[in-house]
Design a protein around this ligand. Structure first.
Ligand code: ZN
Length: 129
């Protein structure tokens, strides 16, 4: 079973009316995970700002999940948008939960959520450095 943190993040995004478009996976490379799960896995990546260790991207050939573009076009920010977001995010949640039970899944893996935001949104800040 996956940790509760990604589940809480997904539920909070739904409450904020933010849809998750896709999921990619990252190996959390900490000393503990290296001993327990044989990390690092993946292609490499940045040091974590929040946890001990760093994250290594697994790449699309490992696994990814994407809500089809047509489904997002159906949403079209209409009156049903909030309930559509819940439907989409619940589908993502099912995918994340199911993958965590799949053969080949390692507990070092963390889902990364790609969010759907309106075209007009601007980043206040991208990265710390
Ligand atoms: Zn790993």
């Amino acid at each position: 079973m996956i940790s509760l943190l990604p589940i809480n993040i997904m539920e909070n995004l739904t409450k904020m009316n933010v849809a998750i478009e896709s999921v990619t996976w990252w190996c959390h490379c900490s000393d503990r995970n290296e001993k327990q799960f044989g990390c690092p896995h993946g292609m490499g990546g940045p040091e974590s700002d929040f946890y001990n260790g760093w994250y290594s991207e697994m790449g699309y050939e490992f696994e990814m999940f994407e809500i089809p573009a047509e489904k997002f076009q159906e949403l079209n920010y209409n009156d049903n948008f909030p309930s559509n977001i819940k439907t989409i995010n619940d589908e993502i949640k099912d995918y994340v939960n199911d993958l965590s039970k799949a053969r080949g899944y390692s507990k070092c893996l963390t889902p990364a959520f790609w969010l759907s935001v309106p075209d007009g949104w601007k980043r206040i800040k991208y990265m710390k450095n």
